[in-house]
Ligand binder design. Structure first.
Ligand code: DOR
Ligand code: ZN
Length: 346
């Protein structure tokens, strides 16, 4: 016997596509199931100007296989030299849908990020005026702060002060990993939203560290205690309009993951939707999957919900997902939830 669910074609509100050979390898994995995605700008060098975002968008569309429909929603990487006029023009032209804040040194390719938040004040004020959302990698980078506390400290020391001093600034707290972040979102108005990844609904820090170190579960922000994973599940499946899907699917070759100093990132583009169906069913909230994956995101970004649909089917037999995808740079391991999943995209 099989069960099925049909939802409006989902979007991914936080995605790493990279460039060149890796872009060509990973793009179809997302475009197969998703209508649009917010494309992270942390290339080397980063996507800083409107002109660079336009060129990157062209490369993405050129890499899209024939017959696949997918709209990349471009972002700019905020630096201390970002020009507010360029940001406003890139937004007015319809090209850029958000600006990404990486605290300098927080994660992969974040060296050009922000250290002195006073320097980006004019850009933030422009963004508040024009309604352009700021996407935040919400972790402080201070080495004195324990890595498991960096998100909670970021809210108090950076995010809340920025929001108080920039009224009207619309903010997406990306890939939240703590109950603290979910509570903060709920305590604020609708100018604040948050994305939640697929993997943070599935793993806690034991998955990374207990019984041997598992580099493929290492990402940033790092997965926290079980109580936080449960809080994220409650937020994601609640239907609350402020929480929506951002996979943070972040491909790195196995060679770069399986290192003495391995890269952060889980690659979930291939199996995200079946995994989410599993999680939402487990929580008894399958009816809210459409809100999380297809409706809340466009509503926050003031875009229409996609016209198409996606059907997920639950079968007797467990679904066999590929263990990895191949790229000219080398294999990329697909996130393994560690339990059988019976859902499949029809
Ligand atoms: O795990 C992560 N990988 N977190 C990030 O913030 C960046 C990303 C990447 O680009 O690999
Ligand atoms: Zn990311």
């Amino acid at each position: 016997m099989s069960t099925s669910i049909t939802i409006p074609r989902p979007d991914d509100w936080h995605l790493h596509l990279r460039d060149g050979a890796m872009l060509a390898a990973v793009l179809p994995e997302t475009a197969r199931d998703f209508g649009r995605a917010i494309i992270m700008p942390n290339l080397v060098p980063p996507v800083v100007t409107g002109a660079q975002a336009g060129a990157y968008r062209d490369r993405i569309l050129a890499a899209l296989p024939e017959g696949m429909a997918f709209e990349p929603l471009m972002t700019l990487y905020l630096t201390e030299d970002t020009d507010p006029t360029d940001v406003a023009a890139a937004h007015a032209s319809g090209l850029v849908k958000a600006v990404k804040l990486y605290p300098a040194g927080a994660t992969t390719n974040s060296a050009s990020g922000v250290t002195n938040f006073d320097k980006v004040r004019p850009v933030l004020e422009t963004m508040a005026e024009i309604g352009l959302p700021l996407c935040t990698h919400g972790e402080v980078t201070d080495n004195h702060i324990d890595i498991f506390d960096r998100e909670a400290v970021f809210i108090d020391r950076v995010l809340d002060p920025i929001r108080r001093s920039t009224p009207g600034l619309r903010v997406v707290m990306e890939h939240i990993t703590t109950a603290n972040a979910a509570d903060y979102v709920r305590s604020q108005d609708s100018d604040l939203g948050a994305t939640i990844t697929t993997h943070h609904l599935i793993i806690n820090r034991n998955h990374i560290l207990a019984g041997g170190i598992k580099p493929h579960y290492y990402c940033l922000p790092v997965a926290k205690r079980e109580e936080h994973r449960l809080a994220l599940r409650a937020a994601a499946t609640s239907g609350d309009a402020r929480f929506f899907l951002g996979t943070d699917s972040a491909p790195h070759t196995d060679e770069n993951k399986l290192q003495a100093c391995g890269c952060a990132g889980c690659f979930t583009a291939t199996n995200t939707m079946p995994l989410l169906a599993h999680v939402f069913e487990e929580e008894g909230k399958l009816d809210n999957l459409a809100k999380f994956a297809s409706e809340n995101g466009p509503n926050f970004y003031r875009l229409p919900v996609n016209a198409g649909s996606l059907t997920l089917v639950k079968n007797e037999a467990a679904t066999a997902f590929p263990s990895h995808i191949t790229s000219e740079d080398g294999p990329v391991t697909v996130f393994d939830p560690g339990f059988p999943v019976h859902w499949k995209v029809a």
